[in-house]
Design a protein. Sequence first.
Length: 134
Amino acid sequence: RCQKLSERDLPPDQLLQYFIKEMFGIVFKMATEDLGFWQFCQDAETIKVLHQNYSKHTELQQGLRSIISRIMERGVRNGSFEIDDIPTTAHLFLTAFDFCWKELFILKDWKHTSQSVNLMYGFLIKAIQKKPVG
């Protein structure tokens, strides 16, 4: 599903923002529509199982980084972004949103989390946008 999100015909900066927001929105929607999922995510045993199956988490993170890297590569190619090391930048970009995941699951407040995602995105995009010459 995340792959489909990244295939929209948008400029790279808008696509990156759309992808990040939708990724959070999908998880929030699942969590609010399926209370079992929400309880599962907050259960101590679930957290223990997740730590034991960290390779799945790593696999998911790698997939998300790969999608973000492709969007960033597109932005570099079309002159929107200026990035020297795309894989590392994609990793840092994704990691910067970790606190938003915690907010989402602790506060259960989409409006607040959405604002945090927007603020973080605004901060990060400034670092990778190509600066005008002159």
